[in-house]
Design a protein around this ligand. Structure first.
Ligand code: GRF
Length: 198
């Protein structure tokens, strides 16, 4: 059995998709948030999952918060740490500690559109395809080895909101499948390439 710890900052719809996937061999050990009011915390708690909130505003520095967060995460002995809408830049020490065992999902087809406002930027750039990427987290923001991607069309009448909705639906399929591949020990990292997710 592999322990999964999920970090969220808000609604947690990706977290919900992973929980509801009920991946054989995976146990959702805890859901943690940097925001005590994150809606996803209540959803997880209602299902009997351990939840904790650590308010980053209570810490003097990014390093101090990340150290406190890592201590709480490690209390659940995670095999995989899953960032699901966790809206924090992570310190290098944190990313090193979880190297090779931390996933993030980003709402673009990386390496295009790292950072924020990905859907608006994809529409403005005239892209015909948009999508989402699950990647291993490294110190460089949105640049780690790519585990899996899903593409969706950009339609002529799309707005940022309609495209975001279409991409989010793809995220809810992609993220549980990527977690499952990790849990089944199928992934092999080779530089920025990851094999075995299919
Ligand atoms: C998703 O679009 C994800 O790609 C991005 O943040 C959003 C989180 O949504 N990193 P949710 O909290 O999982 O509903």
């Amino acid at each position: 059995m592999k322990n999964i710890v999920i970090l969220i900052s808000g609604r947690g719809s990706n977290m919900q998709a992973i929980v509801e996937a009920a991946i054989p061999g995976a146990r959702i050990a805890a859901v943690l948030s940097n925001r005590p009011d994150a809606a996803g915390l209540a959803w997880a708690a209602e299902r009997g999952i351990a939840t904790e909130a650590l308010d980053h505003k209570a810490y003097d520095s990014r390093e101090a918060f990340d150290a406190a967060l890592a201590a709480r995460i490690d209390a659940y002995a995670p095999d995989l740490l899953v960032l699901a809408g966790f809206m924090r830049i992570l310190s290098a020490g944190f990313t090193e500690h979880y190297a090779g065992r931390m996933f993030n999902i980003h709402p673009s087809l990386l390496p295009a559109f790292t950072g924020m406002h990905t859907h608006r930027r994809a529409i403005e750039a005239g892209c015909k395809l948009a999508g989402c990427t699950v990647h291993f987290v490294t110190a460089e923001l949105d640049h780690g080895p790519i585990v899996a991607q899903a593409a969706v069309p950009v339609l002529d009448d799309d707005t940022e909101a309609t495209l975001a909705e279409r991409v989010l639906a793809a995220e809810h399929q992609l993220y549980p499948a990527a977690v499952r591949a990790f849990v089944e020990d199928r992934l092999q990292i080779d530089g920025l390439r990851v094999r075995g997710a299919d």
